[in-house]
Write a protein that binds this ligand. Structure first.
Ligand SMILES: [Zn+2]
Length: 415
């Protein structure tokens, strides 16, 4: 009985409390022969329970943040990691984000009141959706996604759009509420459904994004964090049942730290098979030009200090980091490598849209040419250590950890 993603060989009280008649060795759990006639029932922990109780064991309280709950709704609606194919590129994510609701903040100079206005999202026609999907297919010719998949996964819903006969505002009506008389959401007046002026080519029929997909700012970062989770849960074809958590708040001694994802990884390429699974935590951002700020990195350092040996991942949906981000990240990597013994305090891995939008890492790096193509051999993309060295070199032009360590510890000439 050995699930490489969640095995735990030293802690008898976790994850299965009250189950004692076994010993634990390299082979996993051994049920002693003295008990061959007795029965024990075991039930596996739910994914979220496993996470919460594991953190508790380390003295940390953890719970999903608001962004984490939204990301969970997104993945539940998509029916798991496979469903992320609906959002597997820049085209689809930007298209849906444009249709999502928006919030506009206005401050009134006269009395310092900040007004927050919510706008419901724009509806898009069948042809706009089909155009987006064809654009995606032109980029990835193996893509098997159709308009009906977005409907089935509750990303969009059809309705009828009319123009208000008083104020000309566009109103979108759910099929359950549409009637011969409809109400304008802007001027609140009732007007007749425009039976005599139906638009050509089904242009009254419009799709609106619904549920968590209608939340602004890329569903509060859900796409970036879920694509990062997909990257690690499918990395080296690991099975997708790996344990992970969407954005979470970690509480410790009165302080709260937010991480955008937490993923358990057991590095099986490492033949000494360290029994303790390693936790990946990190920050995920969407497309902003200068997204990774010092305060994000400081917060990640503090969260990392609570979880020794954790792997720190910074991921963005854009294709590269800005000059300022590179400066900040270089300092961050220096901090992560500085340790009293051989081996970095924390491994750091950087990911961009190039890695997150492609399921076959070495193929896509090969196609991108240098410097990516220097890291496409079996070794470079196989372990988390080599993935760290490869991505730090590609995006920050950093030396490998080994070279870095060697240069730092080389005796100075003349001494
Ligand atoms: Zn109106």
């Amino acid at each position: 009985m050995r699930n490489p993603n969640i095995y735990n060989t030293f802690e008898k009280e976790w994850p299965f409390r009250g189950y004692k008649n076994f010993s634990i060795g390299r082979e996993g759990w051994v049920y002693l022969q003295d008990y061959k006639d007795s029965r024990q029932f075991i039930s596996f922990l739910r994914q979220d329970e496993a996470f919460i109780s594991w953190f508790k064991l380390k003295g940390l309280t953890v719970g999903l943040s608001e962004a984490g709950r939204i990301a969970k709704q997104v993945i539940d609606s998509l029916g798991g990691m496979w469903g992320l194919n609906l959002f597997g590129d820049e085209i689809s994510i930007k298209f849906v984000n444009k249709l999502a609701n928006s919030t506009r903040t206005r401050s009134r100079a006269d009395n310092d009141i900040v007004l927050k206005e919510d706008f419901s999202g724009r509806a898009a026609s069948i042809s706009e959706w089909q155009k987006m999907i064809s654009k995606r297919k032109a980029q990835k010719n193996f893509l098997r996604v159709n308009l009906s998949d977005y409907i089935k996964r509750n990303v969009i819903k059809i309705g009828l759009e009319t123009d208000c006969s008083y104020c000309n505002a566009k109103n979108w009506h759910d099929l359950d509420e549409v009637s011969y008389q409809v109400k304008c959401i802007r001027c609140l007046k009732h007007y007749d459904f425009p039976q005599g002026s139906i638009k050509k080519n089904n242009q009254n029929w419009k799709y609106r994004v619904i549920g968590p997909f209608a939340i602004p700012d890329y569903a509060q970062g859900a796409y970036a964090s879920l694509l990062t989770i997909r990257f690690f849960t499918t990395f080296r074809n690991r099975d997708t049942s790996s344990c992970y958590s969407t954005a979470a708040e970690i509480r410790h001694e009165g302080r709260t730290f937010e991480v955008d994802f937490a993923i358990w990884a057991s590095d099986e390429s490492d033949f000494n098979a360290s029994p303790e699974p390693r936790l990946i935590i990190g920050e995920a951002k969407s497309f902003a030009h200068d997204a990774i700020k010092n305060k994000d990195l400081e917060q990640l350092k503090e969260a990392a200090a609570l979880i020794p040996n954790s792997i720190l991942v910074i991921s963005v949906l854009k294709k590269s980091f800005s000059k300022d981000e590179i400066d900040r990240l270089k300092k961050f990597v220096e901090w992560s490598r500085d340790s009293s013994s051989y081996g970095p305090k924390h491994l750091v891995i950087l990911l961009t849209g190039t890695e997150l939008f492609n399921e076959f890492l070495s193929d896509c790096w090969k196609k991108k040419g240098k410097p990516y193509s220097d890291y496409t051999d079996f070794h470079s993309t196989r372990s988390l250590e080599s993935l760290s060295d490869a991505t730090l070199s590609i995006y920050l032009n950093e030396k490998s950890y080994y070279q870095w360590y060697d240069e730092k510890n080389r005796p100075q000439s003349g001494t």
